[in-house]
Design a protein around this ligand. Sequence first.
Ligand SMILES: [Zn+2]
Length: 446
Amino acid sequence: MRDSLLRPERIWKFGVILGVVSILSGIGHGEAPSQTPPAQPGTADSSTPAKASATSENVPQAAGVIGLELIDSCIENGSPLWYEAGPGGTVLVYLQYDLERAAPNRAAGHFHFRVQARPGTELTLELKNLDNVWNGKSGSVAREMEQFVTSEDGQTWESHPTLRPDGERVLLPLKITGTQLDVARIEPYRLSDLDRLLQEISSKPGVQVQTIGNTVEGRPLELIQIGRRDAPFRVFLRARAHPWESGGNWVVQGLIRRLLRNDDHAHKCLERYQVTILPMANKDGVARGRTRFNAQGMDLNRNWNEPADPKLAPENAALETWLLGEIEQHRPPHLAIELHNDGRGLLHFSRPTVPDNDRYLSRMKSLEQLLRIHSWFSEGSTKPSFNNPGTLGDGWLNRFQIDALVHELNANRIARIDQPTSGALWQQYGENLTTVLYEYFGSVKP
Ligand SMILES: [Zn+2]
Protein backbone atom coordinates (compact mmCIF):
# COMPACT_ATOMS: atom_id res chain seq x y z
CA MET A 1 0.00 0.00 0.00
CA ARG A 2 2.76 2.40 0.91
CA ASP A 3 4.55 1.61 -2.33
CA SER A 4 1.86 3.50 -4.20
CA LEU A 5 3.02 6.70 -2.53
CA LEU A 6 6.17 6.60 -4.59
CA ARG A 7 4.64 5.64 -7.89
CA PRO A 8 5.69 8.17 -10.51
CA GLU A 9 2.14 9.23 -11.38
CA ARG A 10 1.45 9.91 -7.68
CA ILE A 11 4.36 12.33 -7.50
CA TRP A 12 3.38 13.76 -10.83
CA LYS A 13 -0.22 14.38 -9.71
CA PHE A 14 0.98 16.09 -6.58
CA GLY A 15 3.30 18.25 -8.59
CA VAL A 16 0.43 19.28 -10.85
CA ILE A 17 -1.78 20.08 -7.84
CA LEU A 18 1.01 22.15 -6.35
CA GLY A 19 1.24 23.88 -9.71
CA VAL A 20 -2.43 24.86 -9.47
CA VAL A 21 -1.87 26.09 -5.91
CA SER A 22 1.10 28.15 -7.00
CA ILE A 23 -0.88 29.80 -9.74
CA LEU A 24 -3.82 30.46 -7.42
CA SER A 25 -1.61 31.84 -4.64
CA GLY A 26 0.22 33.94 -7.18
CA ILE A 27 -2.96 35.76 -8.13
CA GLY A 28 -4.15 36.16 -4.58
CA HIS A 29 -6.80 33.44 -4.25
CA GLY A 30 -6.98 31.60 -0.96
CA GLU A 31 -9.54 28.96 -1.93
CA ALA A 32 -8.86 25.26 -2.23
CA PRO A 33 -7.77 24.26 -5.69
CA SER A 34 -9.60 21.62 -7.66
CA GLN A 35 -8.55 18.15 -6.50
CA THR A 36 -8.69 16.80 -10.07
CA PRO A 37 -5.57 17.36 -12.11
CA PRO A 38 -6.13 18.61 -15.66
CA ALA A 39 -5.99 16.14 -18.53
CA GLN A 40 -2.49 15.75 -19.88
CA PRO A 41 -1.67 15.41 -23.50
CA GLY A 42 -0.33 12.01 -24.41
CA THR A 43 -1.57 10.19 -21.29
CA ALA A 44 -4.48 7.94 -22.08
CA ASP A 45 -5.24 7.06 -18.47
CA SER A 46 -4.11 8.16 -15.05
CA SER A 47 -2.07 5.03 -14.38
CA THR A 48 0.37 5.88 -17.15
CA PRO A 49 3.38 7.83 -15.89
CA ALA A 50 3.57 11.30 -17.34
CA LYS A 51 6.25 11.79 -19.91
CA ALA A 52 5.15 14.75 -22.00
CA SER A 53 7.58 17.65 -22.14
CA ALA A 54 4.95 20.03 -20.68
CA THR A 55 5.05 18.01 -17.43
CA SER A 56 8.77 18.08 -16.97
CA GLU A 57 8.65 21.86 -17.33
CA ASN A 58 5.73 22.32 -14.96
CA VAL A 59 6.80 20.10 -12.09
CA PRO A 60 10.05 21.77 -11.10
CA GLN A 61 8.43 25.17 -11.40
CA ALA A 62 5.54 24.15 -9.14
CA ALA A 63 7.77 22.42 -6.63
CA GLY A 64 10.05 25.42 -6.64
CA VAL A 65 7.34 27.82 -5.52
CA ILE A 66 6.27 25.80 -2.50
CA GLY A 67 9.54 23.96 -2.05
CA LEU A 68 8.10 20.60 -1.04
CA GLU A 69 9.49 17.65 -2.92
CA LEU A 70 8.20 14.60 -1.06
CA ILE A 71 6.69 13.45 2.20
CA ASP A 72 8.42 10.12 2.65
CA SER A 73 6.73 7.69 5.02
CA CYS A 74 8.84 4.72 3.91
CA ILE A 75 11.30 5.33 6.73
CA GLU A 76 11.64 3.07 9.77
CA ASN A 77 8.48 3.41 11.89
CA GLY A 78 7.04 5.77 9.21
CA SER A 79 3.27 6.23 9.47
CA PRO A 80 1.13 5.22 6.49
CA LEU A 81 -0.36 8.34 4.91
CA TRP A 82 -1.13 10.20 1.74
CA TYR A 83 -1.14 13.90 1.09
CA GLU A 84 -2.29 16.62 -1.25
CA ALA A 85 -2.20 20.38 -1.56
CA GLY A 86 -4.69 22.22 0.64
CA PRO A 87 -6.00 25.76 0.82
CA GLY A 88 -3.61 28.68 1.09
CA GLY A 89 -0.49 26.68 0.34
CA THR A 90 -0.92 24.20 3.19
CA VAL A 91 -0.38 20.49 2.66
CA LEU A 92 -3.10 18.14 3.90
CA VAL A 93 -1.64 14.96 5.39
CA TYR A 94 -4.16 12.12 5.66
CA LEU A 95 -3.16 9.60 8.31
CA GLN A 96 -4.42 6.05 7.91
CA TYR A 97 -6.74 4.78 10.61
CA ASP A 98 -5.95 1.57 12.45
CA LEU A 99 -9.13 -0.48 12.68
CA GLU A 100 -10.00 -2.80 15.54
CA ARG A 101 -11.17 -6.28 14.69
CA ALA A 102 -14.93 -6.89 15.10
CA ALA A 103 -15.40 -3.52 16.81
CA PRO A 104 -16.29 0.06 15.84
CA ASN A 105 -13.00 1.37 17.26
CA ARG A 106 -10.45 3.10 15.09
CA ALA A 107 -7.33 5.08 15.83
CA ALA A 108 -4.98 7.43 14.05
CA GLY A 109 -2.61 9.75 15.81
CA HIS A 110 0.82 8.33 15.23
CA PHE A 111 2.72 10.39 12.72
CA HIS A 112 6.33 10.01 11.72
CA PHE A 113 7.60 10.93 8.27
CA ARG A 114 10.39 12.68 6.43
CA VAL A 115 9.74 15.91 4.57
CA GLN A 116 12.11 16.44 1.67
CA ALA A 117 12.19 20.01 0.42
CA ARG A 118 14.38 22.73 -0.94
CA PRO A 119 16.56 24.38 1.74
CA GLY A 120 14.80 27.28 3.41
CA THR A 121 11.30 26.01 2.64
CA GLU A 122 8.58 26.99 5.08
CA LEU A 123 5.46 24.89 5.05
CA THR A 124 2.36 24.24 7.10
CA LEU A 125 1.05 20.69 7.23
CA GLU A 126 -2.50 19.98 8.39
CA LEU A 127 -3.12 16.51 9.82
CA LYS A 128 -6.35 14.86 8.69
CA ASN A 129 -8.24 11.77 9.95
CA LEU A 130 -8.05 12.44 13.65
CA ASP A 131 -11.64 11.36 14.39
CA ASN A 132 -10.93 8.33 16.50
CA VAL A 133 -13.37 5.89 18.09
CA TRP A 134 -12.25 4.58 21.47
CA ASN A 135 -14.19 2.16 23.67
CA GLY A 136 -17.08 2.60 21.19
CA LYS A 137 -17.18 6.39 21.57
CA SER A 138 -16.19 8.93 18.90
CA GLY A 139 -13.79 11.69 19.75
CA SER A 140 -11.12 13.66 17.98
CA VAL A 141 -7.56 13.05 19.10
CA ALA A 142 -6.71 16.58 17.90
CA ARG A 143 -7.07 18.17 21.32
CA GLU A 144 -4.37 15.87 22.71
CA MET A 145 -1.83 16.98 20.12
CA GLU A 146 -0.22 19.99 21.71
CA GLN A 147 3.36 19.28 20.67
CA PHE A 148 5.31 17.64 17.90
CA VAL A 149 8.99 17.02 17.32
CA THR A 150 11.36 17.47 14.40
CA SER A 151 14.85 16.24 13.65
CA GLU A 152 17.33 16.83 10.86
CA ASP A 153 19.19 13.57 11.48
CA GLY A 154 16.49 11.30 12.98
CA GLN A 155 18.40 11.21 16.29
CA THR A 156 18.34 14.66 17.88
CA TRP A 157 14.81 15.93 18.28
CA GLU A 158 13.40 19.36 18.98
CA SER A 159 9.91 20.01 20.31
CA HIS A 160 7.47 22.56 18.89
CA PRO A 161 3.90 23.54 19.71
CA THR A 162 1.24 22.52 17.19
CA LEU A 163 -1.25 25.14 15.99
CA ARG A 164 -4.85 24.29 16.75
CA PRO A 165 -6.97 27.10 15.31
CA ASP A 166 -10.33 25.70 16.42
CA GLY A 167 -9.36 22.87 18.75
CA GLU A 168 -10.17 20.14 16.20
CA ARG A 169 -7.59 20.94 13.53
CA VAL A 170 -3.90 20.29 14.00
CA LEU A 171 -1.37 22.29 12.01
CA LEU A 172 2.38 21.69 11.99
CA PRO A 173 4.37 24.75 10.91
CA LEU A 174 7.75 23.65 9.54
CA LYS A 175 10.93 25.32 8.44
CA ILE A 176 13.27 23.05 6.53
CA THR A 177 16.74 24.53 6.62
CA GLY A 178 18.53 21.53 5.04
CA THR A 179 17.06 19.25 2.42
CA GLN A 180 14.96 17.11 4.76
CA LEU A 181 13.29 17.16 8.14
CA ASP A 182 11.86 14.22 10.11
CA VAL A 183 8.57 15.01 11.81
CA ALA A 184 6.91 12.95 14.55
CA ARG A 185 4.32 13.21 17.28
CA ILE A 186 6.76 12.25 20.05
CA GLU A 187 10.38 11.18 19.99
CA PRO A 188 10.42 7.87 18.13
CA TYR A 189 11.82 4.65 19.57
CA ARG A 190 12.23 2.17 16.74
CA LEU A 191 12.93 -1.54 16.44
CA SER A 192 16.53 -0.68 15.67
CA ASP A 193 16.72 1.26 18.98
CA LEU A 194 15.53 -1.84 20.83
CA ASP A 195 17.97 -4.05 18.91
CA ARG A 196 20.79 -1.73 19.93
CA LEU A 197 19.71 -1.88 23.58
CA LEU A 198 19.50 -5.68 23.50
CA GLN A 199 22.95 -5.87 21.98
CA GLU A 200 24.32 -3.50 24.62
CA ILE A 201 22.91 -5.39 27.61
CA SER A 202 22.42 -9.04 26.76
CA SER A 203 25.89 -10.23 27.71
CA LYS A 204 26.13 -8.16 30.91
CA PRO A 205 26.16 -10.00 34.24
CA GLY A 206 22.76 -10.25 35.86
CA VAL A 207 20.88 -9.83 32.56
CA GLN A 208 18.81 -12.53 30.95
CA VAL A 209 17.08 -12.07 27.61
CA GLN A 210 14.72 -14.78 26.46
CA THR A 211 12.33 -14.95 23.52
CA ILE A 212 8.90 -15.87 24.83
CA GLY A 213 7.08 -16.02 21.49
CA ASN A 214 6.49 -14.16 18.26
CA THR A 215 4.21 -11.43 17.00
CA VAL A 216 1.54 -12.07 14.37
CA GLU A 217 4.13 -11.31 11.70
CA GLY A 218 6.79 -13.47 13.32
CA ARG A 219 8.92 -10.87 15.09
CA PRO A 220 10.53 -12.25 18.28
CA LEU A 221 9.21 -11.01 21.62
CA GLU A 222 12.16 -10.52 23.96
CA LEU A 223 11.67 -10.57 27.70
CA ILE A 224 14.46 -8.88 29.65
CA GLN A 225 15.19 -9.89 33.23
CA ILE A 226 17.60 -8.05 35.47
CA GLY A 227 18.66 -9.13 38.92
CA ARG A 228 18.66 -12.22 41.05
CA ARG A 229 16.00 -14.84 40.62
CA ASP A 230 15.78 -15.18 44.40
CA ALA A 231 15.41 -11.46 45.10
CA PRO A 232 12.63 -10.93 47.66
CA PHE A 233 10.45 -8.87 45.28
CA ARG A 234 9.60 -9.03 41.60
CA VAL A 235 8.30 -6.26 39.35
CA PHE A 236 7.06 -6.58 35.78
CA LEU A 237 6.87 -3.76 33.23
CA ARG A 238 5.47 -3.81 29.71
CA ALA A 239 5.81 -1.04 27.12
CA ARG A 240 4.50 -0.37 23.66
CA ALA A 241 1.25 -2.36 23.58
CA HIS A 242 0.10 0.63 21.52
CA PRO A 243 2.71 1.30 18.88
CA TRP A 244 2.57 5.12 18.74
CA GLU A 245 3.37 5.34 22.47
CA SER A 246 7.16 5.32 22.48
CA GLY A 247 7.41 6.95 25.93
CA GLY A 248 7.33 3.58 27.71
CA ASN A 249 10.29 2.33 25.67
CA TRP A 250 12.38 5.29 26.76
CA VAL A 251 11.36 4.76 30.38
CA VAL A 252 12.33 1.09 30.46
CA GLN A 253 15.60 1.86 28.67
CA GLY A 254 16.45 4.44 31.37
CA LEU A 255 15.51 1.99 34.11
CA ILE A 256 17.56 -0.85 32.60
CA ARG A 257 20.67 1.28 32.11
CA ARG A 258 20.42 2.64 35.67
CA LEU A 259 20.20 -0.84 37.14
CA LEU A 260 23.23 -1.95 35.13
CA ARG A 261 25.46 0.91 36.26
CA ASN A 262 27.19 -1.35 38.76
CA ASP A 263 27.23 1.20 41.59
CA ASP A 264 25.90 1.17 45.15
CA HIS A 265 22.43 2.30 44.21
CA ALA A 266 22.10 -0.40 41.54
CA HIS A 267 23.38 -3.11 43.91
CA LYS A 268 20.98 -1.98 46.64
CA CYS A 269 18.00 -2.08 44.25
CA LEU A 270 18.89 -5.47 42.84
CA GLU A 271 19.28 -6.89 46.35
CA ARG A 272 15.65 -5.99 46.88
CA TYR A 273 13.93 -6.66 43.56
CA GLN A 274 14.20 -8.42 40.23
CA VAL A 275 12.85 -6.65 37.14
CA THR A 276 11.17 -8.35 34.19
CA ILE A 277 10.41 -6.25 31.12
CA LEU A 278 8.58 -6.86 27.88
CA PRO A 279 9.91 -3.73 26.15
CA MET A 280 7.97 -3.73 22.89
CA ALA A 281 4.75 -5.71 22.93
CA ASN A 282 3.41 -4.54 19.58
CA LYS A 283 6.49 -4.81 17.39
CA ASP A 284 4.49 -5.27 14.20
CA GLY A 285 2.65 -2.03 14.83
CA VAL A 286 5.91 -0.21 15.55
CA ALA A 287 7.50 -1.62 12.40
CA ARG A 288 4.55 -0.53 10.29
CA GLY A 289 4.16 2.86 11.91
CA ARG A 290 0.64 2.13 13.15
CA THR A 291 -1.21 3.74 16.04
CA ARG A 292 -2.96 1.20 18.26
CA PHE A 293 -3.81 -2.36 17.18
CA ASN A 294 -1.75 -5.42 16.33
CA ALA A 295 -1.58 -6.96 12.85
CA GLN A 296 -4.84 -8.84 13.46
CA GLY A 297 -6.67 -5.72 14.63
CA MET A 298 -6.44 -6.65 18.32
CA ASP A 299 -5.86 -4.13 21.09
CA LEU A 300 -3.11 -5.63 23.26
CA ASN A 301 -4.29 -3.65 26.26
CA ARG A 302 -7.75 -5.22 26.11
CA ASN A 303 -9.25 -8.69 26.66
CA TRP A 304 -7.04 -9.45 29.66
CA ASN A 305 -10.21 -10.51 31.49
CA GLU A 306 -10.01 -13.84 29.62
CA PRO A 307 -7.26 -16.09 28.22
CA ALA A 308 -5.49 -14.52 25.24
CA ASP A 309 -6.18 -15.86 21.75
CA PRO A 310 -2.86 -17.29 20.49
CA LYS A 311 -3.81 -16.72 16.83
CA LEU A 312 -5.20 -13.22 17.03
CA ALA A 313 -3.08 -11.87 19.88
CA PRO A 314 0.03 -14.09 20.07
CA GLU A 315 1.86 -11.20 21.76
CA ASN A 316 -0.51 -11.46 24.74
CA ALA A 317 -0.72 -15.25 24.63
CA ALA A 318 3.09 -15.51 24.91
CA LEU A 319 3.13 -13.16 27.88
CA GLU A 320 0.28 -15.00 29.55
CA THR A 321 2.07 -18.34 29.13
CA TRP A 322 5.16 -16.84 30.77
CA LEU A 323 3.05 -15.42 33.60
CA LEU A 324 1.22 -18.70 34.21
CA GLY A 325 4.60 -20.44 34.41
CA GLU A 326 5.75 -17.95 37.03
CA ILE A 327 2.52 -18.36 39.01
CA GLU A 328 2.94 -22.13 38.90
CA GLN A 329 6.41 -21.72 40.40
CA HIS A 330 4.95 -19.42 43.10
CA ARG A 331 6.81 -16.41 41.76
CA PRO A 332 4.22 -14.05 40.28
CA PRO A 333 5.26 -10.38 40.09
CA HIS A 334 4.42 -8.34 43.19
CA LEU A 335 3.76 -5.36 40.96
CA ALA A 336 3.01 -4.97 37.24
CA ILE A 337 3.22 -1.66 35.39
CA GLU A 338 1.78 -1.26 31.90
CA LEU A 339 3.28 1.86 30.29
CA HIS A 340 1.35 4.04 27.85
CA ASN A 341 1.15 7.57 26.46
CA ASP A 342 -1.84 9.87 26.26
CA GLY A 343 -2.66 13.55 26.71
CA ARG A 344 -3.10 13.39 30.51
CA GLY A 345 -0.52 11.12 32.12
CA LEU A 346 -2.54 9.60 34.97
CA LEU A 347 -2.00 6.38 36.86
CA HIS A 348 -4.98 4.14 36.12
CA PHE A 349 -6.09 2.19 39.15
CA SER A 350 -8.88 -0.15 38.18
CA ARG A 351 -11.68 -1.18 40.48
CA PRO A 352 -12.68 -4.70 39.62
CA THR A 353 -14.66 -6.49 42.31
CA VAL A 354 -11.79 -8.40 43.87
CA PRO A 355 -11.98 -9.27 47.59
CA ASP A 356 -8.83 -7.39 48.50
CA ASN A 357 -9.44 -4.25 46.49
CA ASP A 358 -8.97 -1.85 49.40
CA ARG A 359 -5.51 -3.21 50.10
CA TYR A 360 -4.68 -2.92 46.39
CA LEU A 361 -5.83 0.70 46.29
CA SER A 362 -3.84 1.62 49.37
CA ARG A 363 -0.68 0.11 47.86
CA MET A 364 -1.34 2.02 44.63
CA LYS A 365 -1.73 5.25 46.58
CA SER A 366 1.59 4.59 48.25
CA LEU A 367 3.19 4.03 44.83
CA GLU A 368 1.71 7.31 43.61
CA GLN A 369 3.12 9.10 46.62
CA LEU A 370 6.60 7.67 46.04
CA LEU A 371 6.49 8.68 42.38
CA ARG A 372 5.72 12.24 43.45
CA ILE A 373 8.64 12.22 45.89
CA HIS A 374 11.32 10.56 43.78
CA SER A 375 10.52 11.68 40.22
CA TRP A 376 8.91 14.51 38.29
CA PHE A 377 5.58 12.69 38.35
CA SER A 378 2.75 15.01 39.40
CA GLU A 379 -0.25 14.11 37.24
CA GLY A 380 -2.18 12.02 39.77
CA SER A 381 -4.47 9.03 39.38
CA THR A 382 -7.93 8.07 38.21
CA LYS A 383 -11.07 8.85 40.22
CA PRO A 384 -12.77 6.20 42.40
CA SER A 385 -15.43 5.72 39.71
CA PHE A 386 -12.79 4.64 37.16
CA ASN A 387 -12.93 1.13 35.79
CA ASN A 388 -11.50 -0.02 32.46
CA PRO A 389 -12.13 -3.76 32.20
CA GLY A 390 -9.85 -5.81 30.01
CA THR A 391 -6.71 -3.69 30.41
CA LEU A 392 -3.63 -5.47 31.64
CA GLY A 393 -3.96 -3.57 34.93
CA ASP A 394 -7.54 -4.69 35.46
CA GLY A 395 -7.14 -8.21 34.09
CA TRP A 396 -4.02 -9.17 36.05
CA LEU A 397 -5.54 -7.87 39.26
CA ASN A 398 -8.86 -9.57 38.65
CA ARG A 399 -7.65 -12.92 37.35
CA PHE A 400 -4.30 -13.36 39.08
CA GLN A 401 -4.53 -11.04 42.13
CA ILE A 402 -1.40 -9.20 40.97
CA ASP A 403 -1.09 -5.53 41.91
CA ALA A 404 -1.19 -4.08 38.42
CA LEU A 405 -1.79 -0.65 36.94
CA VAL A 406 -1.72 1.20 33.66
CA HIS A 407 0.69 4.12 33.82
CA GLU A 408 -0.03 6.74 31.17
CA LEU A 409 2.77 9.19 30.41
CA ASN A 410 1.69 12.62 29.21
CA ALA A 411 2.80 12.82 25.57
CA ASN A 412 2.95 16.62 25.50
CA ARG A 413 4.47 18.12 28.58
CA ILE A 414 6.05 17.22 31.86
CA ALA A 415 4.04 19.43 34.14
CA ARG A 416 6.26 19.44 37.22
CA ILE A 417 9.29 20.79 35.34
CA ASP A 418 7.26 22.60 32.69
CA GLN A 419 9.09 21.08 29.76
CA PRO A 420 8.03 19.31 26.61
CA THR A 421 8.53 15.55 26.67
CA SER A 422 11.64 13.92 25.25
CA GLY A 423 13.38 10.56 25.16
CA ALA A 424 16.01 11.94 27.55
CA LEU A 425 13.45 13.03 30.16
CA TRP A 426 11.59 9.74 29.95
CA GLN A 427 14.87 7.86 30.41
CA GLN A 428 15.49 10.00 33.47
CA TYR A 429 12.04 8.98 34.72
CA GLY A 430 13.04 5.34 34.26
CA GLU A 431 16.18 5.98 36.33
CA ASN A 432 14.07 7.54 39.08
CA LEU A 433 11.74 4.58 38.95
CA THR A 434 14.55 2.40 40.30
CA THR A 435 14.41 4.43 43.56
CA VAL A 436 10.62 4.44 43.62
CA LEU A 437 10.59 0.64 43.37
CA TYR A 438 13.27 0.34 46.05
CA GLU A 439 11.21 2.44 48.44
CA TYR A 440 7.93 0.78 47.43
CA PHE A 441 9.15 -2.72 48.18
CA GLY A 442 10.76 -1.44 51.37
CA SER A 443 7.50 -0.05 52.71
CA VAL A 444 4.79 -2.29 51.29
CA LYS A 445 4.32 -5.79 52.51
CA PRO A 446 3.50 -8.15 49.65
ZN1 LIG B 1 -2.03 3.25 25.12
